[in-house]
Design a protein around this ligand. Sequence first.
Ligand SMILES: C[S@@+](CC[C@H](N)C(=O)[O-])C[C@H]1O[C@@H](n2cnc3c(N)ncnc32)[C@H](O)[C@@H]1O
Length: 209
Amino acid sequence: MTDHVGDYVSRVFAAEDEILLSLREEADRTGLPPISISADTGRLLQVLLLAVGARRVLEVGTLGGYSAIWIARALPADGSLISLELETKHAEFATRYVRRAGLAEKVEIRVGRALDLLASLDGEQFDAIFLDADKEPLPTYFEWGLRLVRRGGLIIADNALWGGRVVDERVDDDATRGVREMNRRMATDPRVAGILVPTHDGVAIGVVL
Ligand SMILES: C[S@@+](CC[C@H](N)C(=O)[O-])C[C@H]1O[C@@H](n2cnc3c(N)ncnc32)[C@H](O)[C@@H]1O
């Protein structure tokens, strides 16, 4: 989608409040990488989570907590989000903003390598998992999604178009291969019904069957 159209969708459907605006401004000023989800993707996540009645959500890749705030705001009072993050600096930033948003009771940020933290969650059940960290292990994260998400729940992944690299045959790096393979599984694995929504950088969505 062009920036122009994306801006329109965000403006009409996904207005940011003072906390989200302040988070983005401070993240830019303090040098956090500018790779949070877009506001329209935040709203898309909320609509999807509300549609499946999500109470318990798992996120892989917290960064500054921007997506965590969108997600947690779509959960009921007794809902919860566990968000996994490698970098302590990112987790501390996110913790501060989650608190400012009044969501500290709902959001738990765990610091470590996602693959280790996912293994420690084996046996638990979630209504949805949101994949937004490193791209090379996406096929493995997808398999964890199938293991941890209940039937009828969602596996969602941002950057499914990966800046257009998924369709550029000259690109064959590990990250791009990871995104392509996850997309292939979302599209063909009989354990999910999947689609790639070409909003912003692409959001892949699979319903666990
Ligand atoms: C795209 S950002 C997440 C953006 C966030 N979901 C948002 O929209 O606000 C990716 C995050 O994943 C983290 N990350 C990268 N590799 C990771 C890994 N192996 N385990 C856990 N976190 C990882 C990075 O440190 C970074 O903060």
